[in-house]
Design a binder for this molecule. Sequence first.
Ligand code: ASP
Length: 342
Amino acid sequence: MATMTRRRVLVAHTGGTIGMARSGDGWAPSPGHLSKLLAEIPELQAPEMPEVTVREVEGLLDSADMSPRHWLRIAREIGRWVDDYDGFVILHGTDTMAYTTSALAFMLEGLSKPVVVTGSQIPLQQTRTDARANLIGALHIAAEFPVPEVCLFFGQRLLRGCRAVKVNAVGFEAFDSPNFPPLGRAGVDIRIEERLVRPAPPEGTRLHVQGFGEPVVGALRLFPGIPAKVLRNILRPPLQGLVLEAFGVGNGPAGDREFIAALEEGARRDVVIVDCSQCLRGRVDLERYATGRKLRDAGVISGFDMTAEAALAKLFYLLSRGLSAKDVRRHMQEDLRGELTP
Ligand code: ASP
């Protein structure tokens, strides 16, 4: 009788609600706690489930404490084990999950295996937890489906990581991908939309983990009446890149001459200023309105339909590669990982 070898998945636990335990201070990450809980889930031992290894990424966190340093630790964990597993599941807090999935998408160059990031709104140890369904779905996808991308699986939907945003602080469908359809759904069966999945890199491509240095980037959400000096302040050195969360199709207070002058000065000093919309859906079009054109003429570039999370991660990525501001601006407007529709 032929014996089937079970697929192998590495689960990298970074923290987040999913594995938290009650502490005197409220829910908090607790080393070793998640592995104990997983050992008690009978479904994980079922023959159709992959063989799972759990590793705690050094320093479990509430994801509100995540930083580019931690993104690099997660990326390196995948880099270290990439040849030994069929796929990877990253357990992560929901608060900054979409930032991490965006960052990993850029950091993991030449990725040929699924990296599925998930977590939960209710800890795994609680009766009404959503962790079990999220984890089991993520494990299935990482083990069985050829999706060579960083994805986010939550509330039965598989989203492209660099298109995801957290849209609900308390609901089980906490994430959405407003400008790109889900890559898959888990119902009675797990269905992957193969035509939407990015192609695998050419056979033999080695995974390269592109570390992030320490570029200084920022994000600023515009509001009616924003003082020009607030913008001027944020654009001061050592800032290298700014995600400008603008109105509608990317408009800003172009009637304020000081505001436009601050943008011009920043752009002249080679700060890369990327315009993303405050709206969840649709895309930036700096041609449509006079208020948008003035931003463009001041040196602001379009972020098209990128999420602010993806734009920020992409700035980190490009500015870490020692490129000129001109090249960073050019690549910002190109589709590198499926993060934007050109
Ligand atoms: N504060 C938690 C975190 O992001 C929330 C969660 O996991 O849902 O780590």
